[in-house]
Design a protein around this ligand. Structure first.
Ligand code: HAM
Length: 423
């Protein structure tokens, strides 16, 4: 055993799984770029204050932050999510609105690791700043839906809610506080602690003794202003028009404090209920302001890559597909010939690997097999003298000796017939 291992909750993504991760990000980028989103890359590390704006009543901020003092005495943190970074970037650069961006990459939360919950995890996501139109909420949700379709996932359900305008939300939070305070000690201790910080989050409790009080709690819909109700109705009408199935979940509150109006979550049907959120998002009007920018409305989502790939495994879709090689050069003479041959193949656009260290023909053929190459190109003493090479198809068929000068043309002909996987 090696003396070092990855830290708890952090993982190596090894080949061929890593190629699946790259493909995942590419499919996501294709979906959102086709809708006018452009990539934003922000630093992994930001001033701690950027993330405390997420809300000091959230576990993400109070318990899970990877924060430290750097060598210049700055209080910094590894990002626990990217929405706050996007808003910081907007406030700093003041781009023209609407600003439609997408992102991907790792985030850090000091959580208790388990299947689908890690301390370093990846997200892909989008954010739009500067648009109030409820039809944007519809577009944002529809893009996540389209992405799940592209992956081939079938068992994804969408739940939505609205937290109302900021005033509606505040009045609702107060009503919840009164309601839960009246329950007194009948509420679990954990929920009483949550209540003191954020009454909304008590609705998230899955603990049995809390259930009757949650069931009888005031409903957010009774607190909507006309404007909030109209916005939410329009979002629902838009989703219906696009045939996107959804469930209204009045108790959905989500784990971050910055949300206002529309919120939503995508749940995977195959995962444990504690880790079944594949992704989520919503409106967060007010966050740009809190980060020193002009009053700007925002909406977006983030989808967990780790968890979504677990869901893909469970459903048997979007498997790892390493790129097969076109050719594997078996070098039994050593020296410069195989170097030149391999370089020529690669320059001609073939994916080519080779054997090294003058290993035996048998050992190199084994490697050729394992590489999944379409053909082995064998350079031996006789061939070198005769200026020929042997081309051996690895997936059936007879080997052929052909003039060295005709190799590229020969492979172009035969391999494009076989698979067409090079340009
Ligand atoms: P979030 O719900 O905290 O939202 O995270 C979004 C997704 O990231 C989750 O649904 C889950 O799939 C994944 N995720 C979160 N924590 C972990 C973890 N410890 N291990 C594995 N996966 C995890 C946000 O981050 C918001 N920034 C979303 C958003 C964007 N809202 C508006 N715009």
């Amino acid at each position: 055993m090696s003396s070092f291992q990855t830290s708890p909750g952090m993982r190596d993504i090894l080949p061929p799984e890593s190629s699946r991760w790259r493909a995942f990000t590419q499919v996501f980028a294709d979906v959102v770029e086709a809708a006018g989103y452009q990539q934003l890359i922000t630093p992994l590390l930001e001033d701690l204050g950027v993330f405390t704006r997420i809300g000091d009543a959230t576990d993400v901020v109070t318990k899970e932050m990877y924060d430290f003092v750097d060598k210049g005495d700055r209080r910094v943190a590894l990002r626990p999510e990217q929405t706050a970074s996007v808003c910081r970037s907007f406030a700093q650069h003041r781009p023209v609105t609407p600003w439609k961006v997408f992102y991907s990459g790792p985030n850090f939360r000091y959580e208790r690791p388990q299947r689908g919950r890690y301390r370093q995890f990846d997200q892909v996501g989008i954010e739009v700043l500067g648009v109030d139109d409820p039809m944007l909420d519809v577009e944002v949700i529809a893009l996540a839906w389209e992405f799940y379709e592209q992956l081939g996932l079938q068992q994804v359900s969408l739940i939505i809610n609205s937290l109302g305008e900021p005033d509606d939300r505040s009045r609702y939070v107060e009503a919840l506080r009164t309601h839960f305070v009246a329950a007194g000690d009948a509420l679990t201790e954990q929920s009483r602690t949550t209540l003191a910080k954020n009454p909304l989050r008590v609705l998230d409790s899955k603990r049995e003794p809390d259930a009757p009080f949650i069931a009888s709690a005031p409903q957010i819909a009774d607190f909507y202003s006309d404007e909030a109700a109209a916005h939410f109705d329009a979002v629902q009408a838009g989703l219906r028009a696009l045939d996107i199935p959804f469930t209204l979940e009045p108790k959905l509150v989500r784990g971050l404090d910055y949300y206002r109006r529309t919120i939503f979550e995508f749940q995977g049907g195959t995962l444990d209920s504690a880790q079944n959120a594949l992704g989520g998002g919503g409106r967060y009007d007010g966050l740009v302001e809190a980060l020193g920018g002009p009053a700007t409305s925002g909406i977006g989502f983030a989808l967990g890559v780790d968890r979504t790939l677990l869901a893909c495994d469970d459903e048997g879709v979007f498997g790892a597909e390493p790129r097969d090689l076109d050719a594997f050069v078996v070098d039994v003479v050593g020296g410069i010939e195989a170097v030149k041959l391999t370089a020529e193949l690669r320059q001609a656009g073939f994916a080519a690997d080779r054997g090294y260290d003058n290993r035996s023909m048998k050992a190199q053929m084994k490697l050729a097999n394992r590489s999944n190459a379409a053909v082995a190109v064998i350079v031996g003493e006789d061939e070198l003298d005769a200026k020929t090479v042997v081309v051996k198809p690895m997936r059936g068929g007879d080997q052929q000796t052909i003039p060295r000068s005709e190799l590229i043309a020969h492979l172009s002909r035969t391999l494009s017939q076989e698979s067409g996987n090079h340009d």
